[in-house]
Design a protein around this ligand. Structure first.
Ligand SMILES: [Zn+2]
Length: 308
């Protein structure tokens, strides 16, 4: 049986700056604020409310501006208004360190590991920051996948043997044992996109593929799951491998790339996060997707700060 080389782990390129360099560059609140300002408003400060450019700096309050266009008494905003850093009491210096660690750890880092690395604040603080950063990792403009694309579903979480006996589900089937289903599509040389799904009916699978994958793909590869049966009729060049018959690679038809991403995600979740509840799974999907899609970007940290 032919096995394809596993897709690269994330990230694959050396970061532009080391942790020490990043900490030195962003050692003051003002340095962090100036960085956010320049990323948010490369062509000059814009009012976050009305998008007007005629804003005035607030005297003696650096990184604060006033807009009279949307409020005649002056609407005041700061460099962090409308970002994940707003309304938090934590220093930006700490936020930046947490963001850096989350970008650079290959398999993801738990809040506990981050808390230990940072060496300040509480575990709860680290957890809160990680959660907000994961939410920000979603804020990207989405483009449909092109090239050779694979789609697949997988089950995440809910290992019965790790639970106390009275919490074990004795029901049959993964959907009753605390596992959550995730569907994903991946362009072999490009990006991945995935989301949680409630069931794997053909409408769900089909909608996911038509929403995330361009019809101009040269190949749309899936396994034999019946749910994908109409993709050809929808205009995709659809090829399948029959895993049930131990068929894994037929010419260029295989789903090894998406399976590589699933194993990365599962190793990360099992190794670093131990247990991820259904409520937080979408945030972890954001995180693993973001890192994967920036695996060749030496400035992934900058990309993250731009999306807060
Ligand atoms: Zn305004």
């Amino acid at each position: 049986m032919e096995k394809q080389k596993k897709p690269p782990q994330t990230p694959t390129v050396k970061p532009r700056y080391t942790l020490a360099e990043t900490m030195a560059q962003f050692s003051t609140e003002d340095a962090c604020k100036a960085f956010i300002r320049d990323l948010r408003w490369p062509n000059g400060v814009v009012c976050p409310r009305c998008k007007d450019t005629h804003v005035h700096e607030v005297t003696k309050k650096p990184f604060h501006w006033q807009c009279r266009k949307c409020n005649k008494n002056g609407y005041r905003f700061s460099v962090i208004t409308g970002t994940i850093f707003e309304n938090t009491k934590y220093p930006l210096v700490t936020w930046f360190q947490v963001a850096y660690l989350m970008c650079q750890s290959k398999k993801g880092m738990s809040a506990l590991q981050i808390h230990r690395q940072i060496g300040s604040g509480s575990y709860e603080t680290a957890w809160y920051m990680c959660t907000r950063i994961r939410a920000a990792m979603k804020n990207e403009t989405f483009e449909k996948l092109i090239g050779e694309v694979e789609a697949d579903e997988t089950w995440i979480g809910g290992k019965d043997r790790n639970k106390h006996w009275n919490k074990r589900s004795h029901a049959q089937g993964p959907h009753l044992s605390g596992k959550t289903m995730v569907i994903g599509a991946i362009s072999r040389k490009g990006n991945v996109v995935c989301q949680m799904i409630e069931e794997a009916g053909f409408k769900t699978l089909e909608n996911f593929v038509t929403e995330t994958v361009s019809k101009k793909v040269t190949l749309m590869a899936t396994d034999e799951n019946f749910g994908y049966r109409h993709l050809g009729a929808h205009g995709f060049v659809h090829q399948t491998v029959n895993h049930g018959k131990a068929q894994y690679v037929v010419g260029s038809t295989h789903t090894n790339t998406i399976e590589g991403f699933w194993s990365l995600l599962k190793r990360g979740i099992v190794g670093s996060y131990h247990k991820v509840s259904k409520d937080y799974l979408p945030l972890y999907l954001n995180e693993f997707t973001f890192r994967y899609n920036h695996r060749n970007d030496p400035d992934i940290f900058r990309a993250l700060i731009s999306s807060v």
